[in-house]
Design a protein around this ligand. Sequence first.
Ligand code: SAM
Length: 195
Amino acid sequence: MNPVEKQLYWSERYLKNQAGWDCGAITPPIKDYIDQLTDKSISILIPGCGSGHEAEYLWMLGFRNVQLLDFAPEALALFSERVKDFPKDQLHCTNFFEHQGKYDLVLEQTLFCAINPKDREKYAKKMADLIKPTGKLVGVLFNREFEGGPPFGGSIAEYQQIFQAEFSSVFIEPCYNSIKPREGSEVFIKMGDPT
Ligand SMILES: C[S@@+](CC[C@H](N)C(=O)[O-])C[C@H]1O[C@@H](n2cnc3c(N)ncnc32)[C@H](O)[C@@H]1O
């Protein structure tokens, strides 16, 4: 088993203060997407949420049906320390692959690159299960390779193949608004019509 499949691996990264993926704020590609949403009653899942900057932003805007999921309790604790009035029953300390639910929107921010690459088809299938027929998977993926991993990189061609198997509508485009360290190495994704 690859260590990234174990909750302990991620808990240790948080405990040792080695969460270098945490940008300290919501990133512009996801923020810009959220900013054009008008219906604040939609159900939103953020799996592999880490310290939950996207959720904090959504909460601040008045979105209330927001569910956070991470199997590292330390990650959820970091979020709770900042957003004290967020309902605890909307924090799910569980494995993404075991979560059940149906959502209008699922946000992807560095969960895909954190899972074992052998599980990518499983990830796409699980996302298709979690998304309502009218719902969407939206977020960012790396469009580059890394030595070792996590993060585990990939390419547009690979993502197209993986997601086309589960979604009829697949949009993958290079980001124009990445944060500086990720400039030129991210794609924005929007997947809909789960099959
Ligand atoms: C690279 S971090 C990204 C965290 C956050 N999205 C961010 O951008 O700051 C990956 C996160 O996914 C969580 N994670 C990895 N595999 C998971 C799984 N199978 N189920 C639930 N959480 C998982 C880890 O605990 C970690 O918090």
